[in-house]
Design a protein around this ligand. Structure first.
Ligand SMILES: Nc1ncnc2c1ncn2[C@@H]1O[C@H](COP(=O)(O)OP(=O)(O)O)[C@@H](O)[C@H]1O
Ligand SMILES: O=C(CO)[C@@H](O)[C@H](O)COP(=O)(O)O
Length: 541
């Protein structure tokens, strides 16, 4: 190390009150960043939207869906790298003092996998700070398009994984979930089976979260146990990979994945590339990155008694869980704050993009008109109900549009406003039905915390409050995964001297957005039962 480098290595990060934290979120449609001060207030946010700012990759909603069957869904991995180049430049243009950043953490859309070519780690270590990352990492991926969470092409591999351990119940008991098509284990198995040479040339496999972390670290970062629980490969009790499951997916998988770590782990200092190109302080620490839902749990400061509903590209329902449980519909993940507890997660694929389709069809592409239509129909929608699945849904496993009047199935509703309400009510009826099946108590005393892009929409939140017969709260900041990553940066840096609870103790409480109408239970409790029976029929058919 030169004298100058040595001196700068000793340079302290800004005084404690002056230090900042960087939180990143590589979600489906956007790469987001926030800079938080030591009080965890947001100083700056910047975004790179994939469809509009990186049009050369031709994504729609951040993904490329294979039109042949709508089941193969991927993203060119290099697009995410280029987005990071752009995000860093935006932060620089905003005048961020990178030297004050004490720690960085991040989150990523869950389940997606990145396949690092042999020698990629060498490339990561030796990046030249005068060039963009995407110019230098363009040949670092043995599989150039990463399968993401919207993919549903791996039913065959799911069956194989369940058979390897004695059935779906056993797999759910070990890993927190039965086999799901989007989970990383079956995706890796598909790569091994369909692209054996690419698999052989793969030195390491990352999740989207640990891939982002690897770039900041300048070496392959470990997978954290919380995002790792979305792979069908990790034993959620021992927090170790399950060898039988690894063997069922492909050879030498343990080496390719590396050891998993608790989500708050300090995994090293920021790489030379970021120090030289952006003037990061050499003492800036990189904290492990996690999945966007676990990061949201942190950002929403969720504790017992609350149910979180995230309305992003996917819609998810999640909550804090003290003990793991075995369920066939839904997931149990290791908790990103404390490895001795868990979180429950339900995921619905057809969230915001489906709402956008109906907005474009019925409301001229305007959320304001969408809201007017929603508000011009009564709760219960005159007995009309709709289920809309643009792509293969997870819960329930259905695709297509299904419309019902109070007398039975129909191909078309009589008005646009009925269609809009049918969509929104149908989406929340599904969430309530699956939440109840999971064992979540809905009703008396339930409090809902909403987040994600669509949580800015009061009309949508009112339907959520009514269907769940519970008040809905929001934080001013709707991007809880990004904020949660910022919190994890500080938590990981200070642990064990400061607990997460102490760290967030003085932060503002969420604000009440909507309360249910007095007739909500009377209207929606029977509708949940009707929804269950419709779904049962559709699945049987
Ligand atoms: N006013 C609004 N009403 C309903 N949905 C909205 C509104 N504003 C944004 N959205 C939705 O938010 C979505 C993006 O949410 P976001 O949480 O950023 O997604 P992700 O994190 O998955 O990339 C968009 O697809 C858009 O449909
Ligand atoms: O598959 C899941 C969770 O199991 C999704 O929730 C992804 O994590 C994508 O998240 P968003 O981009 O929609 O926030």
């Amino acid at each position: 190390m030169s004298c100058a480098a040595n001196a700068s290595a000793k340079k302290e990060i800004a005084s404690i009150g002056d230090r900042t934290f960087l939180g990143l979120d590589l979600s489906t449609q956007t790469l987001k960043a926030c800079v938080l001060n030591d009080k965890l207030e947001v100083l700056k946010e910047v975004y790179v939207n994939f469809d509009s700012e990186l049009p050369e990759f031709r994504t729609i909603g951040g993904a490329i869906i294979d039109k042949a069957d709508n089941r193969n869904v991927t993203v060119p991995t290099i697009m995410w790298v280029k987005a990071l180049d752009m995000l860093m430049d935006k932060l620089m243009l905003e005048g961020i003092d990178f030297g004050k950043i004490a720690a960085v953490s991040g989150s990523g859309q869950q389940h997606g996998t990145v396949y690092w070519q042999r020698s990629a780690e060498e490339t990561l270590k030796n990046l030249s700070s005068s060039d963009f990352l995407h110019q230098q990492l363009s040949s670092s991926f043995s599989v150039t398009s990463s399968p993401i969470w919207m993919d549903s092409s791996t039913s065959k591999q799911c069956k194989q994984l369940e058979e390897a351990v004695g059935g779906p119940e056993k797999l759910a008991e070990i890993t927190g979930s039965r086999a799901y098509e989007r989970f990383s284990g079956s995706q890796i198995a598909k790569v091994f089976q369909t692209k054996p040479d690419a698999y052989k040339n793969t030195e390491k496999i990352s999740l989207v979260s640990s891939f982002l972390c690897s770039i900041l670290l300048g070496k392959i970062a470990p997978i954290d146990i919380s995002d790792g629980s979305g792979m069908n490969l990790l034993n959620i009790r021992t927090k170790k990979w399950d060898q039988t499951l690894l063997d069922a997916c492909g050879p030498n998988l343990a080496e390719k994945l590396g050891q998993s770590v608790p989500s708050y782990s300090d995994v090293g200092s920021i790489s030379r590339y970021f120090k030289e190109r952006y003037n990061f302080n050499p003492n800036c620490r990189v904290i492990a990155h996690t999945g966007d839902n676990p990061a949201s749990l942190m950002g929403m400061r969720l504790n017992e008694g609350w149910i979180a509903v995230s309305l992003g590209t996917s819609d998810t329902v999640f909550l804090w869980l003290k003990e793991p449980k075995s369920v066939l519909d839904g997931h149990v993940l290791c908790n990103p704050i404390d490895e001795n507890v868990y979180m429950a997660l339900l995921c619905f694929k057809n969230g915001s993009l489906t709402r956008e389709r109906i907005k474009n069809k019925c409301a001229n592409g305007s959320w304001d008109i969408f809201d007017q239509l929603l508000n011009s129909t009564p709760r219960g929608n005159f007995g009309n109900m709709g289920l809309y699945y643009d792509i293969q849904e997870i819960l329930p496993f259905l695709q297509g549009d299904y419309r019902f009047t109070k007398n039975g199935s129909t191909c078309k509703f009589t008005s646009l406003e009925v269609e809009v309400r049918a969509l929104v009510e149908g989406q929340f009826l599904a969430k309530r039905a699956y939440a109840e099946d999971f064992g979540i108590q809905v009703g008396q005393g339930t409090k809902i915390l909403a987040t994600g892009g669509a949580s800015q929409n009061k009309g949508i939140l009112q339907v959520l409050a009514d269907v769940f017969n519970s008040p809905v709260y929001v934080f001013k900041e709707a991007n809880s995964a990004m904020i949660g990553a910022g919190y994890q940066a500080k938590h990981g840096l200070l642990k064990p001297s400061m607990s997460y609870g102490d760290m967030i103790y003085n932060l503002p409480q969420p604000e009440l957005a909507c309360e249910p109408y007095p007739d909500a239970a009377e209207i929606y409790t029977p509708m949940v039962e009707r929804y269950r029976s419709i779904v049962k029929d559709l699945i049987r058919k």
